[in-house]
Write a protein that binds this ligand. Structure first.
Ligand SMILES: *Cc1c(COP(=O)(O)O)cnc(C)c1O
Length: 389
């Protein structure tokens, strides 16, 4: 019988047990204060995240989705405006644009990094009548190229908004931290992100003081005080309880990120030994071992592996997933459909997105969370090898 060892896709309980006492004391502090919305815990977390990212300001809000919405609102994006973004991403990237009555204009991705393809983004932007922003995503924890995106945005005369929901602590190839390369960086602290709250939470980073102040107003209905709003905002608070939890966890984030990176390197090595090149080499019918590991970006870039995503031929992806499940290994599919293939975005039909569609049918995310044990990683590799050869 095939060997069996449970490998959950993500098990947050192990991490929680390692920091339980610190968390309980942080939560206790908030309970004693009975101040639950914004306040000193949130202000302290904002300062700590700004410092961690190297941004001048950070403004907390209720989720990563709201961070995107608030950034777009602060730039005045509205009905009929166009925003270029990828279609190979979580729903919220396009959702925030469409929620404001603007049109997401989808551009294809680079097949090696899964991030926005620069020439595709340029082409999509040049076809726009009312382009208002460029919205790249730092997918799976790999920073998209800030220098190139920044100069494209400048050339087009529009701001850059970064969806850095999966990329806190990631750096691009010039060493620039994800979320600090444009007008606004948008982060999520959803529990499955590398820095996860005990519920929903998000943050916007910026070097622009006025922009930060505007976001801080927009998150409380649009006013300095919620009773006298000066413009139309939303209700998007970061809870003090979440901030207190996140402040504890931020102290451990570097260690956890190194754990993810070391697990990714373990997979890279093991799959390379089995003959799998990285994602810069296209899949071939003649492959002995038909799998591609995620191409690690060159230093000083830093991939933080929110997901470790491999590519296999499309007809083998779902059977591989099933074979791994049989052996107790959970995997994820991010994302089964491009945003352009979803009914609510069809109005914003873009050109063909072949790389997006190929990635949707060929990729599989393997467990990579920091607390995985080496024997669990080896079990994933052995079961994958067994299913593909
Ligand atoms: C998680 C995520 C979001 C949304 O964050 P929430 O906190 O869940 O609202 C947006 N974009 C991307 C790419 C994400 O992964």
């Amino acid at each position: 019988m095939a060997s069996q060892l449970a490998v959950p896709f993500l098990d947050l309980r192990v991490q929680y047990r390692s920091i339980r006492a610190e968390i309980e004391s942080a939560i206790g502090r908030v309970l004693e204060s009975q101040q639950f919305i914004l306040g000193p815990e949130v202000a302290a977390l904002e300062g700590e995240i700004a410092r961690y990212c190297g941004a001048r300001r950070a403004v907390g809000c209720a989720s990563g989705s709201d961070a995107l919405l608030l950034a777009l609102m602060a730039l005045g994006v509205g009905p009929g405006d166009e925003v270029v973004c990828p279609a190979f991403t979580f729903f919220a990237t396009g959702g925030a644009i469409a929620r404001l009555g603007a049109l997401p204009v989808f551009a294809d991705i680079d097949p090696a990094s899964y991030n926005l393809d620069l020439s595709a983004a340029r082409k999509a932007a040049e076809g726009c009548q009312r382009l208002r922003a460029l919205l790249p995503v730092h997918l799976f924890g790999q920073a998209a190229e800030g220098d190139a995106l920044g100069s494209l945005a400048r050339e087009l005369g529009v701001p850059l908004i970064e969806d850095a929901a999966q990329a806190l602590g990631a750096r691009d190839s010039s060493g620039g931290p994800a979320g600090t390369r444009g007008a606004f960086g948008c982060f999520s602290f959803y529990p499955t992100k590398n820095l996860g709250a005990f519920g929903d939470a998000g943050m916007v980073t910026t070097d622009n003081e006025e922009g930060a102040d505007r976001i801080a107003r927009l998150r409380v209905h649009g006013g300095e005080t919620p009773t006298l709003p000066s413009e139309l905002g939303i209700n998007s608070h970061l809870d003090a309880l979440q901030a207190a939890v996140l402040r504890v966890k931020l102290q451990h984030l570097e260690r956890w990120t190194e754990g993810r990176r070391s697990n990714a390197a373990h997979y890279d090595r093991a799959f390379a030994e089995l003959g799998a090149p990285d994602s810069s080499v296209p899949l071939e019918a003649s492959d002995d071992f038909p799998l591609r590991t995620p191409k690690p970006p060159d230093a000083p870039a830093r991939h933080i592996y929110n997901q470790y995503v491999v590519r296999v031929p499309r007809e083998r992806r779902d059977p591989l997933r099933e074979a791994l499940a049989q052996r107790g290994i959970e995997t994820g599919i991010y994302y089964p459909r491009g945003l352009h293939q979803q009914a609510c975005f069809r109005a914003a039909a873009s050109g063909e997105l072949p790389e997006t569609e190929r990635a949707c049918s060929e990729t599989l995310a393997l467990p990579v969370y920091p607390e995985l044990r080496p024997e669990q990683l080896d079990h994933v590799v052995a079961a994958t090898a067994n299913a593909l050869t």
